[in-house]
Structures are given as structure tokens and as C-alpha cells.
Write a protein that binds this ligand. Sequence first.
Ligand code: NAI
Length: 253
Amino acid sequence: MDTMTGKVALVTGAGSGIGRAVALEFAAKGAAVMVADFNLTGAEETVRQVSAGGGKAAAVKVDVADEASVREMVTATVKAFGRIDYLVNNAGISAAGPNVPLHEVDVKAFERVLDVNVVGTFLGLKHAIPELLKAGGGGIVNLASTMGDRATAGDPSYPTSKHAVRGLTKSAALTYAAQGVRVNCVGPGVVRTGMTEAIFEDEQTTAWLKSVTPMRRFGEPAEIAKLIVFLCSEDASYITGAYYPIDGGWLAG
Ligand code: NAI
């Protein structure tokens, strides 16, 4: 159903993977979408796909870890579409390189993961929320992960960042609950995207991951996107400060 006509969604990291699927889902519901990504080529491809489906979208280059860049992203969105009703803080990175024990992790590499995943989410909230307030309220979803519930041994940067996103979500939700801005987060399990490509190159790891996932398969970006867009929509009007795993049953085990 066309339930978001006249609304505007800003999605970071929408140049690939889950973010692209979120942009397409918003457009399918009638919202105009600002596709923000560090990778402008990827963002433009998402815009092409949205337009091919009859939707409205524009692309903007952003580094979510950089405050001036995030400010410009928000300004560009308002300039293009006049308002912001929904924000999805989706841009994220995993730890670069092989998984090593904590005492071997380079502090700069640790800080970069926190800068993109945590500071990036904070900056998105900080600069977009005033626009959601001006629009009379709206919905926000931050991307956590099942690594925001649990962790793996080795490099702690990614699980640390995703645990932090959950805290940030709760704090922001409490701050704006009475003003009509709802803030939630989702925790996908393994989804096949650019981020997880390396995992899928190893057949043994792929088979093991499947075997420990109760549904015996990985998630699709479109499945994650449906939950995210639902949480932004009016259908989720009494939900804020919440966290939803979407993981084929993995956390239940
Ligand atoms: P992806 O690598 O396909 O997409 C991430 C996008 O973010 C890319 O287009 C990339 O260019 C962009 N990006 C990275 N750093 C950026 C920056 N500093 N500024 C702006 N854009 C930047 O990965 P995927 O899987 O679609 O990830 C999306 C979100 O979902 C991330 O937050 C990730 O942590 C989360 N997630 C993914 C899971 C998976 O299994 N794929 C599982 C749980 C959470």
C-alpha cells in the first residue's frame, strides 16, 4: 500500500546491501529517498533502481564520521525534498583485516570502527532530528547487529560498536519520545552483502554459520528492509527505544 506518499526518508550507506534495499522499500511505499553513501557510484546506482521502479530519489556523498559532511547531507536532503520524516542510520563497517586477539588490535583501526558505526550514528541523529521535529515527528532506525547482543572472541571493535548503538538508540528515544520522534534499532544476523563477502568466500565458515542458524539460511537485505521501514512507519506508532533482532532464530538458541 502507498502509505508514505509525501514523506521523505534519509538513508545512510544506501549505496549497497541493506541500505539499498531500505531505499527501495521506502520508495515502494511512496516516500522520496535521499540515498547517502561514501560510495557515490553505488548511491547513484540505487537512485537508478528507485527511478526504474517509478520512485523518487537523489544521491549525496557523505562520510558519516565527519560532522561537516553529515551537516551537508541533511542540508542537501531538505534542499532536494523540503523535509525529513524518516532517518535510517545504516552506514557501517566491520573490522578490517584478519580477526586478531584484542592485544594485537591497532588502536586506530579500533577507533575507525567506532567512528563510523557509533559517532556516525550519533551525528546522523544530531543533525537530522531537528528536521524531524520541524516535520512534526517521525521515525528513526539505527542498525545494530546480533553482535549488539553477543560478541565473538578476537577483535572487539565491531561488537563494541553495535552494543553502543543500542545504548545510543535508547537514550535518543527517551529524549524525543514526547515530541513524536521514535528511535528504534534492529539487529540483523548474517545477511549476504558486501560486508560479509569475505565470510562467504570460505565454504567451511558458510556451512558452519548455516548450521548454527535455526532457519538454516541467511537473511536477505529485503527482509531486513521490511522491518526497518515498518518501524519508521505509522504502523509502529507506539514503538520507541526498542531493539528487534532479525536473525533466523539465532539469538533464541
Ligand atoms: P555494505 O558494506 O553492503 O553496506 C554498507 C554501506 O555503508 C556501503 O555502501 C558503504 O559505502 C557505506 N559506508 C561505509 N562507511 C561509510 C561512511 N563512513 N560514510 C558513509 N557511508 C559509508 O554492508 P551491509 O551489510 O549492507 O551493512 C549495512 C548495515 O547493517 C551496517 O551498519 C552493518 O553493520 C549492519 N549489519 C550487517 C549485517 C550483515 O550480515 N550484512 C549483520 C548485522 C548488521
